[in-house]
Design a protein. Structure first.
Lengths: 641, 581
């Protein structure tokens, strides 16, 4: 089966990869403008100190050799102990700076990840519904889990190592030049070799690591799908086929993972042993210099001697050791950059546009009978409409009148799903949409609450173009019960309160009573405090819907959209709900989408939709009298053959 | 606990053992190299002639070559062994899950199974890699360096008596405090991710109630608290470096000061300069290896939770297994329930089903009506043996379902689940789940019967249209009709629809049932529905209430004798009659 690979592509160009890396560093500086420089300073400082002892050790060794002949410790200690004293002081600062930077790193890494997570989440909240309709939830989730994890590795290890090993290399280089330029050149030749080889091997490693990530993504997607459908697998005895598909993906993952790690693993030994060879070369070249009596060329002006060659040998080790450390970070950097690109892609996604400036405010009527804005809770609302032309503000009472005027709509350009749809809903009217699945009923409600936007002015709420209304206020004035119930982790009470955050427990209970949910909720082990988990999987579908209805009821909006909400409640429960609903609908404009015609008969207007067009409209009795499609549907529902 | 998992190494035992072998070789050479280099340094110092230096140099390069080959070989075999191990582990876990019965599936949530197959296996793979690379090498190097230090250093080795206890206890203390902190924060982190998933899934609700800001705040608070815990745990671990460094520095200072005193006062007779530098090298090595060991310790304890979770799956016994000498043919579609009681778990106090006695003849259409939680689904799930009865027996075609070969039984009893899913792939591929050898004609025929052909044909790609993961690009009603077609392709003797037309409009619903009657008259059809209309022409209608069959009979009969049935019927037809009149 072909699997979606979207979202797991390799970084397209090295330039772009570098851009992402730069952006991460920039963000780090932005989040911690003081701490980042302090940390970098501490890293470099402790790296510097760790390079210095080589010098001291060499000096002390020289002193020992000198005094060993006489055996005069009391004279020697005058020279040696102060040096060791300085060393200890340096060590002291080194440990302090190391402790400091590692603590700071721990603090900043988690802080950075937290800020990234929150920025992603905040950005995500502002994305339009179309984003969620067109992206797999599994992919979105992997931004939060896998990709953030790669960033953690980058910030907590790769970047500090880069700075630390990089500065050690520079320090050591400086000391080498201090001793001997000729020998340094030999070392640099070795470094070029190391870089050539690690570029080659590291490149292969990076390639397969990215492939491995892609395989992981594919396998994860498959596993997610199969685990969700495991019961279907059982019912169709599809276990073997499913295992076969899994194994194919599993083997592909093995191949990529094996190669990626193999390349990464051999890089270390290669660099280490080039280091060993370099060591020998330095020893031989040094020996040759010594024997041939070639003149040394160095910053210090020291002549060649054993006391130069020995520390040089040690520094060669240090040099290659640090290169090895650097090379170990290549893979995590490559993976982090790929992860960062996906995270940034999410963060850069264009947020839901909202140019609305008409807001919903509490209102009251003053002594002159004018509607004025107030901060009190008056249970009376008004649309506050500032006019830019003359700077005036008008207040329109919130009534719940919704009109759609000749609306055409296409989710994807060129594929129009609604044609010329006009709906006029007076405040308090009940409008029903009837039609086959895919006729466009849900699309209409998607437009009313601006999950999807249409061209200006064709949909009006209380006479105001809904594109001018601030989205949050528009949606506040619209209650919604969706076809698929989604509840959140938390108590039943919290779930109902989701409809209106400042509702009291009493109000929530009232809403539950209205929806007919109070009865079963009271019988739950913890009543209203029962914790729901996993989208309320401990409740039946009908019960979950009742809670969703109560949630909409507590919001108490003037307009309600009920999208096939009653389709999977059993008839007896539905009777309870229906009673509550009828009470809830009173005084509200209601849009109902239902398959059972019994629930729509008492609507003021019934719209029959077919392929995105309204083909019939009118009251139940009118449509029955017309003997059109509705009549056929209606009679079809009760006369089976 | 680790034994079950290690069985998954299987064919990768060879590369795993080779890795250890190569690593040991590499380690041996790595310890010899300093000897030779010391020799080299000494010879340079003593002004030995260049030919000796070159000879030693060649020897060293040879050693480096061997070390390189061993290291590279170990790297490759290690990659193969660990990637292979995790491949086998994933395979075994997935295979095990395939044997799970519904009861087992209910026990693990699907999300937790996904984590086990991905994150947990990954953790175990990393631990395994560490184990074969370092677990042998580190102690070996440690012991070797120790011996050498004592031989070379003599009295100077006293430094280790001071340093090692400090380092070890420091590392252990860190591990002791950090691990529980990490474990608890990881759990919290999982929950945070679950809540993100919930938010993504429920985005329409969030936006519908314009709760974006509320969600941001809620998430921010949760994320901040996790960040705090994480930072605390990480800061404990961050003490590792300084403690290690402290010991290294102490070691150096001690060796240099005490060493120089001993050397000078004894005029190099007890120990010499070379030994001091050797001590420095070995001291470093000992401390590094201790650090490595503590890392392994942390890694293993961190992965212990993953190991436990994987073991839980691997050692789970499927609650339903094939019988010995199973019956491999289902005679007909008759169903008998005899004194059936059922509960989901032994611990449950209440039976979900009790006193079920039922006789369904082959070819009958049976409707089931009942309130939410009246155990309608439970009843039908016993027929294809998705669950086993607690008491009594269920017979299909005159044979107890527990005597059938499971595949035989489930191929003959097609069930369309209430919570149904389509898989990503084309429509045709999805339908072929019912019968992988189905011809295009058969597929179209099944879709015509389930009233899916018309809309499928209207798609530009027809039957080759791709279904997105979770079937999000078809509507609820379309999904249900495709699921019915998929079940029909099995050509079952018994077809069970568990509320499978709830999102289908009434007209189509009626057409589907009419088709069943006409084209598959011999198949026993069991239809769970909410609408009386969907069942009223059935040969037998069961009214379920609270885990019992409260009444059964034909439509007219039930209108007379079942109050529940009458109530439901009136509720559904009432308004219509009034208005139509």
């Amino acid at each position: 089966m072909p699997r979606n690979m979207k979202g797991y592509g390799a970084p397209r160009k090295p330039g772009e990869a570098l851009k992402s890396l730069k952006r991460i560093v920039k963000m780090l500086f932005k989040f911690y403008p003081v701490l980042v420089p302090v940390t970098i300073f501490c890293i470099i400082f402790s790296a510097g100190v760790s390079a210095i002892p080589a010098v001291f050790v060499q000096k002390v060794t020289a002193n020992i050799e000198e005094y060993m002949v006489t055996g005069d410790w009391s004279a020697a200690k005058q020279v040696i102990l102060p040096k060791i004293g300085i060393l200890i002081v340096l060590y002291f600062f080194s440990i302090i700076s190391m402790t400091l930077y590692q603590q700071l790193m721990a603090y900043m890494t988690q802080g950075f990840l937290n800020k990234m997570r929150c920025a992603m989440f905040d950005g995500m909240q502002d994305l339009p519904i179309s984003y969620f309709d067109t992206h797999k939830h599994g992919d979105i989730m992997s931004y939060y889990t896998n990709d953030i994890d790669t960033l953690r590795q980058l910030v907590s290890q790769s970047l500090p190592t880069l700075i630390q090993a990089g500065s050690v290399v520079l320090f050591v280089l400086a000391i080498m030049l201090y001793y001997s330029v000729w020998l340094t050149l030999v070392v640099l030749f070795g470094v070029v070799m190391i870089m050539l080889v690690s570029g080659k091997v590291g490149g292969g490693s990076a390639k397969y690591f990215i492939r491995q990530q892609q395989s992981v993504g594919r396998q994860e997607g498959f596993v997610q799908e199969m685990m969700n459908g495991q019961k279907v697998v059982k019912v169709f005895c599809h276990e073997d086929e499913s295992q076969e598909d899994f194994d194919a993906l599993n083997n592909a993952l093995f191949e990529d993972s094996y190669r990626a790690h193999a390349y990464a693993n051999i890089l270390g030994p290669i660099i280490m042993n080039i280091g060993n060879v370099l060591y020998v070369v330095i020893a031989i070249v040094g020996g040759l210099f010594l024997v041939s009596g070639l003149k040394n060329f160095s910053i210090s002006g020291l002549a060649f001697g054993i006391d130069i060659i020995v520390p040089f040998l040690n520094m060669t080790k240090q040099f290659t050791g640090n290169f090895n450390q650097l090379s170990q970070q290549v893979n995590s950097i490559v993976m982090a950059v790929a992860g960062a690109e996906r995270v940034f892609a999410l963060m850069d996604e264009k947020p839901e546009a909202d140019e609305g400036y008409v807001t919903l405010v509490n209102a009251k009527t003053d002594e002159n009978g004018n509607l004025i804005e107030t901060t009190e809770r008056t249970h009376q609302w008004a649309w506050k409409h500032p006019h830019t032309a003359d700077g005036s503000i008008t207040y329109t009472p919130l009534k719940g009148e919704v009109t759609m005027n000749e609306v055409d709509f296409a989710y994807v350009e060129g594929k129009t799903v609604l044609h010329d749809v006009s709906v006029f809903a007076e405040p308090g009217q009940k409008i029903a949409f009837v039609g086959a699945t895919g006729a466009g009923k849900t699309t209409i409600t998607n437009l009313i609450n601006r999950f999807y936007d249409i061209a200006d002015g064709k949909i009006r709420y209380d006479g105001i173009n809904i594109n001018k209304i601030r989205k949050s206020d528009l949606r506040r004035s619209l209650g919604i019960v969706l076809q698929e119930t989604n509840l959140f982790t938390g108590s039943v009470m919290e779930n109902i309160r989701y409809g209106r955050l400042d509702a009291t427990d009493e109000e929530c209970r009232e809403a539950a009573k209205l929806a007919g949910a109070d009865d079963f909720i009271s019988r739950l082990p913890e009543g209203y405090d029962t914790e729901l988990a996993n989208n309320g999987s401990n409740l039946s579908q009908g019960q979950r819907q009742l809670i969703a209805i109560a949630r909409a009821a507590v919001a108490d909006p003037p307009v309600m959209i009920l999208d096939e909400a009653t389709s999977s409640i059993d008839t007896r429960t539905e009777a309870i709900v229906q009673r509550g609903m009828d009470a809830l609908m009173k005084g509200r404009t209601v849009f109902v989408i239902a398959h059972r015609l019994s629930t729509v008969q008492n609507s003021d207007v019934i719209m029959v939709l077919d392929h995105g067009r309204i083909i019939e409209r009118g009251s139940h009795s009118k449509l029955i009298a017309d003997k059109g499609t509705y009549y056929q549907l209606y009679t079809g529902a009760f006369e089976l053959e | 606990m680790y034994g079950t998992l290690l069985k998954c190494v299987r064919e990768y035992k060879k590369p795993a053992l080779l890795t250890i072998l190569f690593i040991v070789l590499e380690a041996i050479i790595e310890t010899i190299i300093p000897f030779i280099t010391a020799n080299l340094v000494n010879s340079i110092k003593n002004g030995t002639d260049i030919t000796f230096i070159v000879k030693t140099g060649v020897l060293l390069i040879l050693m480096a070559a061997i070390s390189l080959s061993c290291g590279a070989a170990a790297g490759i075999t290690c990659a193969k062994a660990s990637a292979g191990f995790s491949k086998n582990l994933r395979h075994d876990v997935f295979e095990k899950i395939q044997t799970f019965a519904f009861k087992n599936i209910d026990k693990f949530s699907s999300a937790s199974l996904v984590t086990r197959l991905t994150t947990d296996v990954n953790n175990v793979q990393m631990a395994f890699m560490m184990l074969i690379r370092i677990a042998v090498r580190a102690p070996l190097m440690l012991i070797f360096a120790f011996i050498m230090a004592f031989i070379m250093g003599g009295k100077l080795a006293v430094t280790f008596v001071i340093v090692i206890p400090i380092l070890t206890s420091g590392l252990l203390l860190i591990a002791k405090f950090a691990m529980p902190a990490f474990r608890s924060v990881f759990k919290k982190y999982d929950r945070l991710n679950e809540s993100i998933e919930e938010n993504v899934r429920g985005m329409r609700v969030v936006k519908g109630f314009s709760r974006e800001e509320y969600e941001k705040k809620k998430f921010g608070t949760a994320a901040d608290s996790i960040c705090k815990d994480f930072t605390k745990a990480e800061r404990i671990v961050a003490l590792n470096g300084p403690i290690m460094q402290l010991c290294v520095y102490f070691n150096m200072a001690f060796i240099l000061s005490v060493g120089s005193k001993i050397v000078i006062s004894n005029m190099g007779t007890v120990i010499d300069v070379g030994q001091i530098s050797a001590m420095l090298t070995y001291g470093m090595q000992i401390l590094m290896q201790l650090m490595m060991l503590s890392m392994i310790y942390v890694m293993l304890t961190m992965s212990a939770e993953s190991v436990r979770r994987l073991n839980e799956v691997l050692t789970e016994t499927p609650s339903i297994a094939n019988p010995e000498n199973p019956v491999t043919e289902v005679k007909d579609g008759s169903i008998t329930f005899t004194d059936v009681n059922f509960k989901y778990s032994e611990k449950a106090k209440k039976y979900a089903l009790f006193d079920i006695d039922l006789e369904i003849k082959s070819g009958m259409t049976v409707g089931i009506i009942g309130g939410t939680g009246s155990s309608k689904s439970t009843l039908v799930q016993l027929i294809p043996r998705l669950y086993d009865v607690t008491v009594g027996s269920v017979k299909v075609g005159g044979v107890d379902v527990r005597e059938y070969d499971l595949d035989t039984l489930r191929d003959s009893v097609a069930m369309v689940l209430q919570k149904n899913v389509l898989f990503s792939g084309t429509i045709k591929e999805n339908l072929r789940w019912g019968n992988e050898n189905a011809t295009d004609e058969e597929i179209i025929e099944a879709c015509k019967l389930s009233q899916a052909d018309e809309f499928v044909a209207s798609f530009p790609d027809g039957y080759d249209t791709m279904i997105e993961q979770g079937g999000t690009n078809v509507s609820g009603g379309q999904k249900q009709r495709l699921c019915i077609a998929r079940a029909l392709l099995k050509k079952p003797k018994i077809l069970i629809l568990d509320d499978s037309t709830s999102a289908v409009d009434t007209k189509t619903d009626a057409l589907i049932r009419a088709g069943f009657k006409k084209y598959i008259p011999d198949t026993t059809k069991i239809i769970i529905a909410q609408r009386i209309a969907s069942v009223q022409d059935a040969d037998l209608i069961l009214v379920m209430d609270n885990g019992k069959i409260s009444a059964m009979g034909k439509h007219d009969e039930l209108l007379q004798k079942s109050e529940i049935y009458r109530e439901v019927y009136e509720q559904q037809t009432n308004g219509g009659d009034g208005d139509a009149a």
